[in-house]
Design a binder for this molecule. Sequence first.
Ligand SMILES: *Cc1c(COP(=O)(O)O)cnc(C)c1O
Length: 391
Amino acid sequence: MTIKSFHPPLRTLMGPGPSDVDPRILEAMSRPTIGHLDPVFVSMMDEMKALLQYAFQTKNALTLPVSAPGSAGMEMCFVNLVEPGDKVIVCQNGVFGGRMKENVERCGATAIMVEDAWGTAVDPGKLEDSLKKHPDAKVVAFVHAETSTGAQSDVKTLVEIAHRHNCITIVDAVTSLGGSPLKVDEWNVDAIYSGSQKCLSCTPGLSPVSFNERAVERIKARKTKVQSWFLDLNLVMGYWGSGKRAYHHTAPINALYGLHEALVILQDEGLENAWVRHDRNHQALKAGIEAMGLRFVVKEGERLPQLNSIHIPDGVDDTAVRSALLKDYNLEIGAGLGVMAGKIWRIGLMGFASNATNVLFCLSALEETLGRLNAPINRGMAISSAHKVLG
Ligand SMILES: *Cc1c(COP(=O)(O)O)cnc(C)c1O
């Protein structure tokens, strides 16, 4: 047997991530590998910090890309800010809030769950009630952009409530960073994590994180050692702090070239312009989807522009449609997760993939496929409806 090189097909990625990677990023990643303590690499990482601070809209000195996917950024926040015996309030309105609970419990702490229906935003009133019932809670954690449902929550309000009750906040911004308004300093977020492969359109495997002074003080005042050696910020700060960089782990050099390029692309477009673009393409997709007679899962006002969840019409076979899109169009859209499996589709318009061509391509492919499978939809209106929005 001779195994040959692996050549993946060229797909259009319109699921919940990874999103299409800008060819500029892939090209940047193929540049020569150098040492991670090489002064040239170190100055690239200084630029990376400034670019991440811009993307997060923060001046936090402790802003860095964790050398692992979004889930590791999540874990870094929890293992550093939560100690055994702590009480942590976790707001859950989808899959990722459930993962936060897992993290809290593995830190030896107690998770107090504040549950909202999947497909809705986190209810600030419920958080307030829970904080009144648990005055000894130390941390509040929630997801800004719930990728499993397409709902977005009001970070500013939730953080205000948490601070009024003396809690520090951990926010999941994996899907929001670069796609919809996120202002870490203005909203007073204490600890936040994201991912490289959603609206930054980089390859998967890196997790930008940022911690403010209040979070750093909490970490320095810990009574117990962080149980994860790799994610212990006290050690990571040795590499990231100013002055001489000490070896902590070998950075994923070429992957970081990719993230640097992704952030340069974001800087060149302008953060606000990127938010406007994501919103416009969402409006165009929505016009086409609704013209077909399909319905959104999340109510208007709580919808994420970068993740559109749509009810699968009655009698339509979820897998048959997604397989046909993949086979006939090389188009990937997302399936439902957890309780929403088989009931919804998730169409991502993230980063580089959020463009007018993809909107029109996805609408045509979906309409043709659903028509061929005799699904009950209106035909012939989707493209013109989307065009009206795109101008
Ligand atoms: C994708 C995602 C994660 C996990 O990121 P990975 O890079 O897959 O580990 C966490 N939270 C949210 C909201 C996500 O969308």
